[in-house]
Design a protein around this ligand. Structure first.
Ligand code: AMX
Length: 430
């Protein structure tokens, strides 16, 4: 099998022609209707966007290029990037070539550290990550080549180039942010003998005598890689990219969306919730204690972090994959046991309350507990890990969109007055 660039160069021209012909042939076919609830409710469920990297089935969970995420949990995250872009897992040779490519590009420009050091000491790690990416935009190949008059057919290649540069540097930057924010010392140099995820674990600098922390980081990076195109971070990245802003602009913007408490920041809030339970009950609570605690949380007007989902209606398979890891590695860990207890009790409480459409845990309900077990206790860092992983999906989506020639995003907004008038006309007609 070919290396990534050659594989994409082989696939994309045919894909682009096929996509163009399909859209020309079926341009006027109606595939979705829009209700008032969707217009005012975050466009939920409107089919208005193509994303081929992954699909979220409400009743089955995440599929990456047609493969259930549970079947990919053992894969290296860089192999997943290949899969996201090319629709197939890499051969051993193609994987090695991608890993070598990433290693070659891993050196982080000194100005990135200068900018990060100049930021206020209480800057959130996500602000630092997004800033570091944005500041590297000066090196964008896409922007330079676009200014030179690059052909539209070559957009994907410049996007791939920027994406590889960005992805190669992200673990080192993210690990450096961790060490700066937690005062653990200078950035740790890359170990070129390690894969992308294990090198990230190594550069965080936490002890890992048995290699299980590296396993966890790889698993984390694989499980969070992508979640369709309509979630806040992916859609933001897509929209910014659709203006032909380069991947540095687009991924940085996507990460700013990921930093929100209803999206990627939930993992930080989940761990805080679990620690709150431990502090309140001095350990693992009884069923009755936890039930009351959950009700009190809801009655105080708070959400239970880690539960519910905009699309899923089942226990998130990514939660299941992490839970299997926890059961193997740290079944007696107190925090992990509290997570298990929450899983037993909270869905029942949410069902009884009857508001949340999905009472089941999402991926964030457990990931923090596992990181905590290995000494990564600073929960405000967790979204950075999520962001490093999600950059794989965001970049892959950008590359595919540039290959297909996806136009600028521009949905039509309407005024409330227009909406009221439209409803009136529909009622008169009925
Ligand atoms: N606890 C309490 N109430 C919840 C809830 C939860 N875990 N999940 C949903 N609800 C409430 C909503 O707040 C909403 O209440 P409202 O009508 O008073 O506004 C009602 O149930 C209906 O919401 P929904 O349609 O089921 O969910 P949604 O699509 O609007 O939001 C999500 C989805 C994830 C934001 C929501 O379930 C939530 O806030 N969960 C907790 C935060 C969380 O875990 N986020 C992580 C999401 C995954 C990710 O991006 N990492």
């Amino acid at each position: 099998m070919f290396a990534l660039r050659e594989e994409l160069a082989r696939q994309f021209p045919g894909l682009r022609d096929e996509f163009r012909q399909f859209t020309q042939r079926h341009a006027d076919t109606v595939v979705s209707e829009v209700t008032v609830a969707q217009v005012v409710g975050g466009m939920r469920g409107i089919r208005g966007l193509v994303c081929d990297t992954s699909v979220v089935d409400p009743d089955k969970g995440l599929y990456i290029r047609g493969i259930p995420i549970a079947d990919l949990a053992h894969c290296l995250p860089e192999a997943i990037f290949f899969l996201l872009c090319a629709g197939q897992l890499p051969s051993p040779e193609a994987l090695i070539s991608l890993q070598q490519d990433l290693r070659r590009r891993a050196k982080i420009p000194a100005y990135v550290w200068d900018v990060l050091k100049a930021m206020p000491v209480d800057s959130h790690p996500m602000t630092m990550l997004s800033t570091a990416i944005l500041v590297m935009e000066r090196d964008s190949v896409f922007r330079r080549r676009y200014a030179e008059g690059m052909r539209k057919e070559d957009f994907w290649e410049a996007t791939l180039e920027d994406s590889l540069q960005l992805l190669a540097k992200l673990p080192g930057i993210a690990a450096g942010i961790y060490r700066m924010r937690t005062r653990k010392g200078a950035p740790i140099p890359s170990d070129p003998s390690l894969d992308w995820g294990a090198d990230y674990a190594h550069r965080l600098g936490l002890s890992d005598s048995e290699g299980n922390f590296a396993r966890l980081i790889r698993l984390y990076l694989t499980l969070h890689c992508d979640h369709e195109g309509g979630n806040v971070s992916a859609f933001t990245c897509h929209t910014v990219g659709s203006a032909l802003s380069d991947p540095y602009y687009a991924v940085s913007a996507g990460l700013n969306g990921l930093a929100g408490p209803l999206h990627g920041l939930a993992n930080q809030e989940c761990l805080q919730f679990v620690l709150g339970v431990r502090e309140r009950f001095h350990g693992v609570p009884t069923d009755e204690q936890l039930r009351e605690y959950a009700w009190n949380t809801l009655q105080a007007g708070h959400v239970i972090p880690g539960y519910g989902h905009a699309v899923l209606r089942i226990t998130d398979p990514r939660f299941v994959a992490f839970r299997i890891f926890g059961e193997q590695i740290c079944p007696q860990d107190e925090i992990f046991r509290i997570v298990e207890k929450i899983f037993e009790i909270v869905p029942g409480v949410l069902r009884e309350q009857g508001k949340a459409k999905d009472p089941w845990p999402n991926v964030d309900a457990v990931s923090g507990a596992l990181l905590y077990h290995f000494g990564l206790t600073e929960s405000d860092y967790y979204t950075v890990l999520f962001g490093v992983s999600r950059a794989l999906g965001m970049c892959a989506q950008l590359i595919l969109n540039r290959a297909l020639g996806t136009p600028i995003t521009r949905p039509k907004s309407v005024s409330t007055a227009w909406l009221k008038a439209a409803v009136g006309q529909t009622q008169q007609a009925a």
